[in-house]
Design a protein around this ligand. Sequence first.
Ligand SMILES: C[S@@+](CC[C@H](N)C(=O)[O-])C[C@H]1O[C@@H](n2cnc3c(N)ncnc32)[C@H](O)[C@@H]1O
Length: 297
Amino acid sequence: MNAMDLDMEYKTNRNIPIEIRLMDCIQGMSELNDSSVDVVVTSPPYNLGIGYSRYRDDIPRQEYLEWTNSWIGQVARVMKRQGSFFLNVSGSPTDPWLPFQVLEQAGRHLKLQNVIHWVKSIAIDRGDMGNYQGRPAKLAVGHYKPINSNRFLNDAHEYIFHLTKAGTTKLNKLAIGVEYTDQSNKSRWKNAGKGLRGRGNVWFIPYKTIRMRAKDRPHPATFPVKLPRMCIQLHDTKGTDMVLDPFLGLGSTALACIELDVPFLGFEIDEVYFKETQKRIESQLAKTMPFDFKPES
Ligand SMILES: C[S@@+](CC[C@H](N)C(=O)[O-])C[C@H]1O[C@@H](n2cnc3c(N)ncnc32)[C@H](O)[C@@H]1O
């Protein structure tokens, strides 16, 4: 660690470590042992010119892809053999190839086991809803950033690439299962005893409605806490001894780990986001702690 780096370690009420480090993630991961991490969930900068407070999000494409190759190389090294890497990435209407270029770099180190579609907003016509009781006249839910264009569609979706070392990582699909709408299906399907079916690879996770962006979400590109939570549950919380997010942002993955009571380590280079993450972790822990707690630094 450099002199400017900062390391904060918190404990959940079951004494599970939640650690965040203010430092470059490639440097940070280089200090971790080989095969020491069960689950990596992250969303890197997409190099689409987003206005982060410190990181420059518009470097030349080749440089960005070489950097992508370096940090994913570190992720692959620290992942356990049966670990999971959930890589959230998106393009933009004028740069739709970006997710696939990032994926190509990942493919130099890992196998693509699943492609998950994170849907932020969806409209379903009544006629497509089936004969479910109480079906509404129509359904249009979630938020997206509207695009003022007669060429491009509003972007209501991002990718979550699930990458693993051998393509053989077993998943706990029913941990994020959904209830059968028609309970008579239960008897038809193996594993349906719990009344749940696998969710599949399309996940509808809307952003919460916020009133004041600068106060409620002071970062240009976060994912909802539910996203890392579902990834970790899908991998399986049982036997998960370490979750890593190399690009912490406002700490959404850290908050998911507190909810799930699994150990966490995250890196962030920006002090403003790091401080905000500290506040979020402390407030989340305060909700679950039966006594006052002090972070260790
Ligand atoms: C897309 S955001 C992550 C948001 C996060 N998933 C959340 O929900 O809050 C990417 C973050 O990576 C940080 N970052 C950029 N380069 C970094 C590096 N080399 N090491 C650590 N963090 C970095 C940026 O400051 C930014 O906060």
